[in-house]
Design a protein around this ligand. Sequence first.
Ligand code: ACO
Length: 332
Amino acid sequence: MKSQFMSGIRLTGTGSAVPSTYLDNHQLSKIVVTSDEWIASRTGIYRRHLLPHKDSLTNIATSAAQKAMMMAGLTPQQLDLIILATSTPDDLFGNASLIQAQLGARQAVAFDLTAACSGFVYSLITAAQFIRTGAYRNVLVIGADVLSRWVDWSDRSTCVLFGDGAGAVVLQANEQDYLLGFQLHTDGTQNHHLNLRYQGQARTLVDGVFIDQGKYQPLKMNGKEIYRFAIQKVPEVIEKALFQADITAAEVDWLLMHQANQRILEAVAARLDIPARKIISNVANYGNTSGASIPLALDEAIRCGQIQPHNTLAIAGFGAGLTWGAAIFKWV
Ligand code: ACO
């Protein structure tokens, strides 16, 4: 129950950006032993966009952010906070500050939040806490990832799944509250099923003094376990968030999940008894863009008129960590 001192939250803008270069399944089958038929039937993916090496995550994230701010009617100077959900920054010390600089959002505090494919939902809820307490009024949440930098392009079980992109939303303090409920979860005991780990390598510095100068290894995933995890945990977490929001699954207008695999989207909807026509999906065109996938799909669905004012959205992310979470929002 929201106290009288707590602010309401409203989603006021969305934006997205993807690199223009893309690779379809037929092109991929020239790189690894696979086929359009295998990829499309197992995942629903037909193509994925890839960031050219001269471009940057900062650029696509900034472009998505500018579109979201334009929709919200907000200038960069009015932003109080920028949260960037990413696992693939241009700078390991933090990428949000580079975006803050490109936007010219001088007053905004900016930081990265890493929770893989759940990063956008975790960031939305983190942003919401700052707004609820009255600390900040105008917050930009960006999800952006460039997993093409980190997949093993000779591993057909993972490289066919991922793509690059960015999406952003503006959240603002509002008298009426449109964040109706949320739930977040983490289970680090299952981390071994999906990770992108640093592997140390000893190097002698001087006189028997060793330092560690290894490197990050390519993304590793046990696809079957992640599939099982997703179709069990995502319906559960959506149900908990709906319970908190005091609404039923039947009242949900749109199911907006992390775009990992069309089969997962359909299996979750079936478990919740939500008709497949209420699933928002663009996985066919972009593959799994990790932290970007939910705001990218949200932006497309709003701009094409699929999502209408006063629609209720059940938003859910899941991925490495393992992490998962859901948020129930009304778009007004
Ligand atoms: N092309 C052709 N054959 C392939 C390919 C490919 N690209 N990839 C795997 N295969 C083969 C396998 O080698 C295997 O062959 P075998 O039976 O001779 O050993 C066969 O196809 C079946 O492989 P499975 O792994 O059992 O395929 P499955 O039906 O489970 O589908 C998939 C794999 C699509 C990865 C599925 O498990 C999945 O979607 N998992 C969830 C992934 C996910 O949602 N990740 C989200 C989180 S991502 C994040 O947080 C960063």
